[in-house]
Each structure stands twice: as structure tokens, then as C-alpha cells.
Design a protein around this ligand. Sequence first.
Ligand code: CO
Length: 136
Amino acid sequence: MAKVTRIDHVAILVDDLQKTVDFWQDALGIQLAHIVDVPAEKSMVAFLPVGGSEIELVKPTTDDSGLARYLEKRGPGMHHICLEVDDIEGMLAHLKEKGIQLINETAVDGMDGRKYAFIHPKSANGVMVELYELPK
Ligand code: CO
């Protein structure tokens, strides 16, 4: 059976990237690796690696994306947790069998050959869960 192998990242939705980096980097001492413009997600993402996982600070760059509407409605804060799995299609099939509501019924091809899919927060006690399968 498909397995969860690690926490890949925790994504936090922010309205002020610099102010948020100041907290995570300057107050907590987690070094900022880089800030990337991700047009596909209509956002800028700051990556702060820690212990083999990452904190991702996500700032919407337009006001018409799902992320922007989420920020508008709920304010800045936790957005999702991302778990690495060894077999994403196998995991999605298993979740469907269990009646778990998925945002992506099949894995989406993302950056650097990785595949991802989101589980609906309705099926995960209010937490949006992203699944990643990294290229071998
Ligand atoms: Co993510």
C-alpha cells in the first residue's frame, strides 16, 4: 500500500511577505533559501528549509485566484500541510475507496517532475492536505 514518508512542507498564506519572512527568519532563525515567482499559482513563494522539510510562505500576486480569495475571506495563516508519499496514484485510489473527498481526482504534474494532489479539508477535519510524489 502507498505510504506517507515525510512532511514535505507547511504552507502559510501571507499578505505581507517581507514582514512574515522577518518573523520566521529573524525571530526564529530559520534561513530563507529563496523567493520564487510561481505564475501557475499566481503567487510569490518564500522557501525556508528546516530539518528536511520546508516552511513555505505564499503570497497571492493577483486578487482573482483561489488563494487570494482564501486570504481575503480568512486572513493570513496556515493554508495546507504537504505530505510526501511514495505512490501518489496508489494513495489517491486508496483514499477514493475510503470515500475521502479529493480536490484533485488524479495527480497533477507540478514543478521539477513532482506530482501533487489536494485532499479536501472537509474530509480532513478542516485541514487542507497536499500530497507530493517527488521524482525518483
Ligand atoms: Co504546497
